[in-house]
Design a protein around this ligand. Structure first.
Ligand SMILES: Cc1cc2nc3c(=O)[nH]c(=O)nc-3n(C[C@H](O)[C@H](O)[C@H](O)COP(=O)(O)O)c2cc1C
Length: 343
């Protein structure tokens, strides 16, 4: 059974991509991922925030080559001298190079040992760093890049157009500097998601990953403090991306990767039927290990056999909004008696 497909212009042996997480940050795991049969992998993101963290760490580090700068830095901090910023900038740049080099080494070393496509991932706060990182990552040999852009529109001062412009600014800058394909991994906080997704798809990106799953705060009512909610998705959370994959499939000028809550082969098939070009999976591999992957792929092949589909393309998008008999299904948001079995 042929499970091969194309995603971001890359040839994949199947549409199952292991998404960005700590699971994709070591060469040994990446080798296992390939061995278990994944179609591609997205590396853990390199985070600009991580660089700030590294800078603070460096200020307290024992590395001999920065000791003199550290001493100078501490002296400046103590005396509140005016060139504080210069010393801090030096350490930030040092930390940036240090963190980036580790990431670039992961890419170049992994490229030597595995054959499946490697998609690097970046999350930055400033526009300048996105393109700087993207260029260096391309030079290290990544096959593609996923830009992890998740903006929570929580500012009372910015309207939706201003917030959404940030996505376009990042894309416009990055595309000037790299020639490998790149995609955007977004959240769903858009006032007009379909329209923005369409415009983004026309901006030069090769794909959209729908959707990133954010860190979510919770409240602990026993100690009256904030806490963090469950880090991992459940197998029911795919419903949200399924609707949007189905609504957008066949309408965008770029590929779609479905993400969040994809835990089993049935959901992989549903997302492909809705029109996804590929799926990304993470939480399920934290809950189990990569050894469940070959069975999932086998089950997809068996299902295809049962339904007389001999390739992914022969059923991809068959149940997208464009192709279903009742397109209103995907638009419906209210439960009414006519459309539900609830009595
Ligand atoms: C522990 C953990 C670490 C993650 N790290 C990243 C990351 O570095 N970059 C990123 O874009 N997404 C990251 N994610 C989000 C996942 O790539 C994925 O989008 C999300 O978990 C939803 O997919 P899932 O339901 O299959 O877990 C992380 C998720 C988890 C659980």
């Amino acid at each position: 059974m042929d499970l091969s497909c194309k995603y971001l212009g890359l040839q994949l042996k199947n549409p199952v991509i292991i998404g960005a997480s700590a699971l994709t940050s070591s060469i040994s795991n990446l080798q296992t991922i390939e061995k278990m049969g994944a179609g591609a992998v997205v590396l853990k993101s390199i985070f600009e925030e991580q660089i700030k963290f590294e800078t603070e760490k460096l200020i307290n580090s024992d590395e001999p080559n920065i000791k003199s700068w550290q001493n100078a830095f501490q002296g400046i901090v103590n005396k509140k001298e005016f060139y504080y910023d210069e010393a801090y900038d030096y350490l930030t740049n040092y930390a940036k190079e240090h963190t980036l080099k580790q990431y670039l080494t992961l890419i170049s070393e992994t490229k030597k040992t595995i054959k499946i496509p490697i998609i690097a991932s970046i999350h930055c706060n400033t526009q300048y760093d996105w393109q700087y990182f993207a260029k260096r990552i391309q030079d290290a040999g990544a096959d593609a890049i996923e830009l992890n852009v998740y903006l929570l529109p929580s500012s009372f001062d910015k309207n939706s157009a201003e917030t959404e412009q940030v996505y376009f600014d990042i894309v416009n800058e990055v595309k000037k500097f790299i020639s490998i394909p790149f995609s955007l991994k977004i959240g769903y906080y858009f006032s007009s998601l379909a329209n923005t997704a369409l415009k983004l798809s026309e901006s030069g990106i090769a794909g959209l990953t729908l959707f990133n799953r954010s860190y979510n705060p919770d409240i602990d009512i026993n100690i009256l403090e904030t806490s963090s909610s469950n880090m991992y998705s459940t197998e029911y959370e795919y419903i949200h991306s399924l609707r949007w994959v189905a609504l957008l499939s066949g309408k965008l000028k770029c590929d779609i990767a479905a993400s969040t809550g994809i835990h089993n082969y049935e959901t992989i098939i549903k997302q492909l039927l809705a029109g996804a070009d590929a799926v990304q999976m993470v939480s399920v591999f934290y809950k189990h290990n990569f050894e469940i992957l070959p069975k999932m792929l086998e089950n997809i092949a068996n299902w295809m056999n049962l339904h007389n589909f001999n390739s992914i393309d022969s059923f991809k998008g068959l149940l997208s909004q464009k192709n279903v008999q009742n397109p209103a299904t995907y638009e419906r948001v209210q439960f009414i008696k006519l459309y539900s079995n609830i009595v």
